[in-house]
Design a protein around this ligand. Structure first.
Ligand SMILES: [Zn+2]
Length: 376
């Protein structure tokens, strides 16, 4: 059965209410099945996810769902309103400059207090208990503004899911996926089915993005209660669907088909999935990503592009300073610090010192686990 619900957010200014549309697919029978939550457009300026959600809806409309699939095809109506000078923004809240995919609710301590003394030696009972406590803790929060209310609403729908897929994209990029280290290699079928070139693992990336708000609670609670079995019960990931301009119909419909096939293989949608494609590359640590930063201001000419395997010291780009000071180099070479696969590069050709111009996935950690591992 398919239902469509529209939920109005509290107004940021009088007369400016925005609304969230939620599509739900549920099984006809009374047997409870797995719950899947999928959203697109949390960064409202990232176009491919909307199209993948659209194609996925078309596929799900004709499918038999076992359990529940909650699909939010445009997760950030606030960001979708951010037109300025012919450009849709949508990554940062104009009111406070907070990234819409950072600082989501961290309810580990609150859930921990609720489940303490009630956990058993049965992992499934613990999953049920924690999900119930997680739902209660989300419900008990009191957001004061529109963006915080949106974050609460999204988490209230995703916190008890077995699978959560958050659809994003980078500037110019290969398909890549962020997920919690404890989810690997059990989630290898997702990376393989999506054709992901890169899967990046971290237990705690430091910025509390939406996928970790759903997933990290499981391994944090497992660490707090080591004598009780607590599995990583939410396969929660951020899928980066290539670059911001990658909206070719064949590409996005194929991505939707891949998600559909993954759901079939996991038993949430009826039908037999085709043979799983081989995994392109093993997962690598998020700490191993070289965020290649501009050392000086200037204009960027890229030499390498996403998809190229690099050796440490390879030149990725040149930065030309059109107005060099006396004795200053006119052309500065930008090099990677790791052996690895270049998987993104900026669409911006203007450099300022410290700006990330490319990302290279390497196997060797370049930073400590406890650093903030995400970009702005
Ligand atoms: Zn994004």
């Amino acid at each position: 059965m398919k239902t469509i619900e529209t939920i109005t957010l509290p107004a940021a200014s009088p007369g400016t209410n925005r609304a969230l549309t939620v599509i739900r697919y549920t099984s006809q029978g009374s047997t409870p099945g797995p719950k899947v939550y999928i959203q697109a457009g949390l960064h409202a300026d990232e176009a491919p996810g909307y199209l993948v959600a659209h194609h996925l809806t078309t596929l799900l409309d004709q499918a038999e769902v076992k359990g529940e699939i909650v699909l939010v095809p445009a997760a950030n109506p606030i960001g979708l309103s951010q037109w300025r000078d012919e450009l849709l923004h949508g990554r940062f809240n104009f009111a406070n400059s907070v990234n819409f995919n950072r600082s989501h609710l961290d309810l580990v301590e609150a859930v921990s207090r609720k489940v303490e003394g009630k956990l058993t030696d049965n992992p499934q009972e613990n999953v049920t208990l924690i999900r119930s406590a997680f739902r209660e803790c989300v419900a008990e929060t009191s957001p004061i503004d529109e963006a915080e209310s949106l974050k609460k609403l999204l988490l209230s729908m995703a916190c008890d899911a077995d699978i959560m897929l958050d659809l994003h994209c980078d500037h110019q990029a290969l398909v890549h996926i962020y997920m919690g280290t404890p989810l690997w290699p059990a989630a290898q079928d997702l990376s393989a089915q999506m054709g992901a070139d890169v899967t990046l693992l971290a237990e705690n990336s430091g910025g509390n993005p939406f996928d970790e708000a759903c997933s990290r609670i499981w391994w944090d609670l497992a660490a707090q209660f080591p004598d009780k079995p607590i599995p990583p019960a939410c396969l929660s990931v951020t899928i980066e669907l290539r670059g911001i301009a990658d909206t070719d119909p064949e590409m996005v419909s194929n991505d939707a088909r891949n998600i559909f096939n993954f759901l079939q293989r996991r038993g949430i949608v009826s039908g037999t999935a085709p043979e799983l494609p081989p995994l392109k590359n093993k997962a690598t640590p998020l700490t191993g990503v070289d965020y290649v930063k501009a050392p000086s201001p200037g204009i960027v000419s890229f030499i390498k592009q996403p998809g190229e395997w690099l050796r440490k010291g390879d030149i990725i780009a040149e930065i030309v300073t059109p107005l060099p000071a006396e004795g200053e180099e006119t052309v500065v070479a930008l090099r990677t610090q790791t052996d690895g696969l270049m998987f993104t590069r900026s669409f911006d050709r203007f450099a300022r010192p410290g700006k990330i111009l490319a990302k290279v996935a390497g196997k060797q950690p370049l930073r400590d686990d406890d650093e903030n591992l995400l970009t702005l």
